[in-house]
Structures are given as C-alpha cells and as structure tokens.
Ligand binder design. Structure first.
Ligand code: ADP
Ligand code: ZN
Length: 734
C-alpha cells in the first residue's frame, strides 16, 4: 500500500496523509491536484510526497483514501514543490499558501476554460463541383489563398457574412470546427522583429561572465548601460540549447515597452504574466508555459514560479526593488526565491541593477556572487549633473521653507520657454511621519539606531520603530531653538496647486496613487506626457522607474529628506536608489539634462554621493560599515512581528508577551545572538480599525528567528480577536 501527503486548499498548518487506492495505484504523482475526503466532504489538495508507509502514530486503517485525480498532468515539478517547501520554512508559513501563490487563481478555479472559436479550413480535393455562385467561388478562392483562419477574423477581412462561409461548409468545400484560441495579451500590437546588437567590450565581458559563472551573477550597470541587451543575448544562448528562461521585472517597470523588447527578439515563445491581464489571458499564458510552447517568461514577482521546463536562466532586473517582496502571507522575496529556484534547477541566475541592494553587494564582496560591471552608458552620454539646492539657505533667506526654491522655479520657467519638459518628483510614501523643524530642517533621531523618530500623536511621543526607544516631543527644535517641530511633508496635490499658481499657463500632469486608481491610467498619463501634451509631470516614486522621455531635460526632486527620514534601516539606501533613478531620467537622448535636488541635508551620504555623479561604490562601502555598527541588515537578519487587535489593550498586552517570550528564548539560546526589541506601537498605529503593535527581532541567521517564533506561536493561544504575524526579512517598518 502506498500513501501520499497532501497540502490542502484550506489553510491547514500541516499536510495530511491519504492512502492511494488500488484503482489509482501507479497513477498518483507528486505535484498533481487530487480530490480527497476531509471532514465528510470532498476537498482538493496538492500531492507533496509519495510515502511507502503510513505516517508514524497513525493506524493505517484510520487513513482515508484519495477519491480521484483532478488533473493527471502535475501542476508542480519536483523543484517547484521543493521551492514551495523552502518558502514555507523560510517565512514560517504553511506550504499550501506557497503553492497557491505559485499558480494563477484562474487555473485552480473550475470556471477557467480554454477559449474556443470557429476555425475555417479549405477541404483538399473536395468531392463536389465548384461552388454555384460567383460570390461563393470568390470566397473559396480567398480562403484557399490564405490557407484558412478564424471565422470571425476572415469574415471581417473579406467583408463577407458568416452565413456564406456556412454555405460553403455545407457544400463540402471548407470545414468549420471549433478550435482553441489563445487569449493573447499582445494581440493587436505590432511588434517588429529585432536582431541582436553588436555588444561593446563591457557588455561582452558581462555576457561572458554570465555564461561561465558557477555562482549567481550580480550585474551592476549604470542606467542606460545596455543590461537588457545582455539579458537578451544570454537568453538567446539558453534557447539555442533547448532551455527556457524567466525574466523578472518590478510590476511597475513591466510596461508595454519592456514587453516589446523581449517579444520583438523572441516572438511567440515569450509569455507575459502581469496583474493587469484578464484571468483568461493569465490562464492561457500559464498553460502555454506548462506545455512548453512559451519558453521565455517575462513578469513580476510571481513569475518566479512559472512552470518553465528545462530552466536555464533566471534574470532579476532591478534586483534592489522592494516590490519583489510579497506583502502578504507567504511573505517571500522573489529575488531570493529566484536564487533558490536557480540552485534547485541547476540554472544560472543574474541579478541586475544600477543601484544594487546592499544584501547583494555584500554577497558579491564575499564571493557568494560573481560581480560583473558595466560602468559606462552605451551611447557614451554622461550622467546629467546633479545640483543640490540647500533648503537651509532658502529658509534663511525667505524666513520659511517653501515647497519650491527660487532656483528650481527659474529652471522650470526656462523649460516652459523652450518647449522642453520637466519631471518633478515628490517622494511621499504614505507614512513619513517624522517631525521636522521648519526653520532649520532638523529631525530628531534615535541615538541607538541613528534613524528618525516617528511622531505618535496619541501620546505626543517620538518613537524609534527599530529598537522601541522613545521620548517626549520637545517643545521647540533642540537644534536651533526657534521653531516648533512640525509634521513633515506636503503631498503631490499641494505641490500641484503651488505650481499652478507660479505657472498659470503650464500644462501639468499629476501621477500618484490617487490619480492612477483607474485601470490603465498609469499608461495613459505617461503616453500623454510622452506625446508632448504636457509640460510638467509631477508625481511620486511611480515616475522614477525605467521610463525614457527624450524631451525631458529637467528633473527636480522636491524633498530628498522625505525618504531620508523614514523609520527604516534602509532609509539611506532607498534615498540613493531613488535619487540615482530619478537622475537617470534626465538627458537620455540628444538634449543634455539637469537634475535639481532640494534638501535640508546636502551632506547626508546618499545625497552627497548622488551629487558626485551617482557614485555607488564608495557610498555602499560607507553604508555597509554603518549597518555593521548598528547591527542592521545585511549583517543581521531582521524580522518584524506585528500584533493586531480591535482592542488596544489586548494588542499591547500580547505584543509585550511575545516580546518577553522571544527575549527569554534568546536568553536561553545565547549562541543564536538574537536581539529582541521592546513592544511598541507601529508607525501605522491603527489600520482597518485594528490597533497595531510591533516587535523587531534580529539575529545573524534567519533560521534562529523562525525557530524562536514557531516555538512561541505554537505554545501560546491568543484570543480570537488578536492576530500576530511575522514578516521575515522585513523591508517595511510601518
Ligand atoms: P539598461 O537596461 O542598462 O538601462 P538598455 O539595455 O535599456 O540599458 O540600453 C539602453 C539603450 O541602448 C537601448 O536603447 C538599447 O537598445 C541601446 N543599446 C544597448 N546595447 C547596445 C549596443 N551594444 N549597441 C547599440 N545600442 C545598444
Ligand atoms: Zn532606536
């Protein structure tokens, strides 16, 4: 008798074992979707493992039998099952949630079906006479000429009613039958084929490194250095050997432009996965991949699970991008998941970026990754000069800190006069909740972590979200003594108002989370700007990525301090990434560009490094030593435990309980070098009507944190209205 362990579709913590009945012997395979009995009903689940005997402690006669096999073709290969198990272990979440994250929802739903449409084909050597009327004769000739096609399309193309086709079918001249028709996300787009470009020396060297490296490659190349061309040629090599490839890009960078570059090089073998696809398109793309019809997959985060056979290469472009981190269970980072998948499948891995994450940079320094550099832009045009506008001086001169310095306004005015375009960038993630002195720009920082405090209105405190330290809000600025500290930051809407007052006739487009709420609106706004229908594009970090506007000669950052003062160990790194990316937007084409960065902190390392021409390497070295000093990633793994409840005192009590229990665990296992913070309200102290408390946990090894958390979770029973969840390798500290 054989048994099979099954991960059920029902958020159960552990897989259950079932017997394989004689009728299904030899048919059940791992990765299949099975129907099994569960609590008197039928449920569906994935076969994880075939077992030779019943699991320990369960009498075989107690084990129920598998009912049927839903689909004989396994949904998961062995490496993909192992990948899901890795995610489950690494993020302390059930295997089943990782499996479900790995396939499009429409695939599992019964309502997803292939689309069928009528297909017309001429019948060879029909046994009948030629058609009786000239109209029919002409139509038959047309059909023979094109060799057949979709009824709907031919009827439009030849301008002939479908009834005439049916008449020809009846007389036996053509055959009309339903056929599966792929829902193609690229349908209707003209995509011209492209040929490989002759690589320059730096690109060739990078390609050689990718081909030869036994380890993952970190491709560090400035914006416009031709990384994408290198990916394309690396993939071509894999395809020539019969392999497949996955290219991951951040969701926001998955623009029609990006997709076109891959589709024009590789044609039909490219599949696109994108959250904006219809469920039917997703379903069809996924099936094309599973059947081996598509061998190059381009997509965001979830593309890491694409069932590409014979996987030869995974590319993670913009590897530093925080959108690779899934923000709900299972909270995997798709970049790290890609590395694990590549290892499990014996595939090569390339992480590309102009501003690598310090995690990857350290891995390259340690020799875990091979570093490939492309230091120069393909077209040889230099990075645009970055001008820092010291807002301290501006404030001294005018007595207050305006949104726009006079320098920046003058530069915008010049563009309006010459018909060139401007991009203005206001980084305001939802919760930059630090207090700033309006007179001198001073921000109070936690002495233990050297990070900005977050202001909590409820008890008028400044709190550090990393170590849990806090203090009362000072009555006036401790630095200059004059101002009263104020909430930082104006939103894009206020900036738009101010801008309209200064430039009455300017055409201004605003792009932020509010203005792109409508589907496709993101692309619409960019298309409008590209077409020259606006002079100024004003937006949040949404506009900082991968866009290429030849007529933009001025980029302005309204407030670089906004991201600098986030309560986040990566605040400096994020600031560098944002500013470098923004700077890369200007002067991509013939016209030279200029970048203005307004800041109260012109000496802050990331700001100064960008002003020196996006000087990444020295910045990274200096930042790494800061990280080491404060026991931050990448030297430490860092997790955030969040406790939520509608009842504030319960949230606080349980957060405290977890903090103490984790600290006790750390004390007993001192070899793990685990560090646990006090419980404190989250920066986002209340959301969805629930109070939020958090505890941060640090240790050199992630496995220590997971072990501690599992032990404490499984030995405590919080009431139903208290929820606790852990975010491993947290990137967000809200
Ligand atoms: P990156 O991905 O590093 O930002 P891209 O791959 O987008 O850079 O390259 C920037 C531009 O240079 C693109 O328009 C690309 O077609 C062009 N390009 C890349 N490599 C070459 C090459 N070897 N010769 C000529 N043009 C190139
Ligand atoms: Zn602190």
């Amino acid at each position: 008798m054989k048994y099979v362990s099954v991960a059920l579709d029902l958020a159960l913590d552990k897989p259950l074992a079932y017997a394989v009945p004689p009728a299904l012997e030899g048919e059940v395979a791992t990765g299949q979707l099975l129907r099994v009995p569960l609590r008197g009903r039928a449920a569906r689940g994935f076969a994880l493992e075939i077992l030779d005997h019943a699991p320990d402690g369960v009498p075989p006669e107690k084990i129920k039998a598998v009912l049927s096999i839903e689909d004989p073709v396994p949904f998961f290969s062995k490496p993909l099952l192992d990948l899901a198990k890795w995610i489950a272990d690494y993020t302390a979440s059930p295997v089943e949630t990782a499996l479900r994250a790995a396939i499009p929802a429409a695939v599992l739903k019964r309502d997803a079906r292939p689309r069928e449409q009528l297909f017309v084909e001429p019948v060879e050597n029909p046994k009948c006479e030629d058609p009786s009327t000239p109209k029919r004769r002409r139509l038959l000739e047309d059909i023979r000429r094109v060799g057949g096609g979709w009824l709907q399309r031919l009827s439009k193309e030849f301008d002939v009613a479908p009834s005439l086709f049916k008449a020809l079918a009846k007389s036996g001249h053509i055959a009309i039958a339903p056929r599966e028709r792929r829902r193609n996300p690229l349908e209707g787009r003209t995509i011209l084929p492209s040929k490989p470009l002759p690589l320059n020396a730096e690109q060739s060297a990078a390609l050689e490194t990718i081909r030869n490296s036994k380890r993952p490659v970190l491709l560090y190349g400035v914006t416009g250095s031709g990384k994408t061309e290198v990916y394309l040629q690396a993939i071509a090599g894999i395809l020539a050997r019969g392999g497949g490839a996955i290219v991951m890009v951040p969701e926001i960078a998955l623009t029609p432009q990006t997709v076109r570059r891959f589709a024009s090089r590789f044609g039909e073998t490219v599949a696109v996965l994108h959250s904006a696809l219809s469920p039917g398109e997703r379903y069809d793309e996924w099936r094309r991949i599973r059947r081996g019809e598509a061998r190059v997959v381009v997509g965001p985060r979830s593309a890491v699970f694409a069932p590409v056979a014979n996987l030869g290469l995974i590319v993670v472009d913009e590897e530093h991008d925080s959108s690779y981190k899934q923000d709900e269970t299972p909270r995997y980072n798709a970049r790290d998941t890609a590395l694990v998948r590549a290892r499990l499948e014996g595939a090569a891995a390339v992480l590309g970026s102009a501003t690598p994450s310090l995690e990857s940079w350290l891995n390259a320094k340690n020799g875990k990754f091979t570093l490939a550099r492309i230091p120069h832009r393909v077209r040889g045009n230099p990075m645009p000069p970055v001008r820092l506008v010291d807002m301290n001086e501006e404030a001294r001169r005018t007595g207050f800190a305006p949104l726009f310095s006079s320098e920046l306004l003058e530069a915008i005015g010049k563009r309006l006069g010459s018909g060139e375009q401007t991009i203005l960038f206001l980084n305001r993630r939802g919760f930059s909740r630090s207090l700033v002195c309006p007179a001198c720009g001073h921000v109070e920082k936690c002495p233990a972590c050297d990070l900005a405090y977050t202001w909590h209105k409820a008890d008028d405190c400044l709190r550090c979200h990393i170590c849990g330290g806090w203090k009362r809000t000072p009555a006036s600025c401790p630095e200059c003594g004059c101002g009263e500290l104020k909430r930082a930051g104006a939103g894009t809407q206020r900036a738009e108002c101010a801008l309209r007052k200064c430039f009455r006739h300017a055409r201004i487009l605003r792009m932020d989370a509010d203005s792109v709420a409508r589907k496709n609106s993101h692309d619409d706004i960019l298309a409008e700007f590209r077409a020259g229908h606006a002079d100024i594009l004003l937006g949040t970090q949404m506009i900082a990525k991968g866009l290429d506007f030849p007529n933009v000669t001025l980029v302005g950052v309204l407030n670089a301090d906004m991201s600098l003062n986030l309560p986040d160990p990566r605040a400096s790194e994020r600031t560098f990434q944002l500013l470098a990316q923004v700077a890369g937007r200007a002067g991509r084409a013939e016209l030279p560009g200029e970048v203005y960065v307004q800041t109260f902190s012109p000496e802050a390392p990331p700001v100064a490094a960008v002003a020196r021409g996006c000087d990444f390497e020295p910045f990274a070295e200096a930042e790494l030593s800061v990280r080491r000093e404060y026991a931050f990633p990448p030297y430490m793994k860092m997790a955030v435990l969040t406790v939520r409840s509608e009842d504030e005192s319960k949230a606080a009590a349980w957060a405290e309980y977890y903090s103490k229990a984790l600290a006790a665990f750390a004390g007993k296992n001192s070899a793990l070098s685990m560090n646990v913070s006090e419980a404190s309200p989250s920066a986002l102290a209340k959301a969805d009507n629930r109070f939020r408390m958090q505890v941060t946990v640090r240790a050199p090894k992630n496995s220590s944190i997971v072990a501690a958390w599992k032990w404490i979770r499984d030995s405590s029973r919080p009431p139903a209205d208290v929820r606790a969840s852990i975010d491993i390798d947290a990137l967000d500290f809200l």
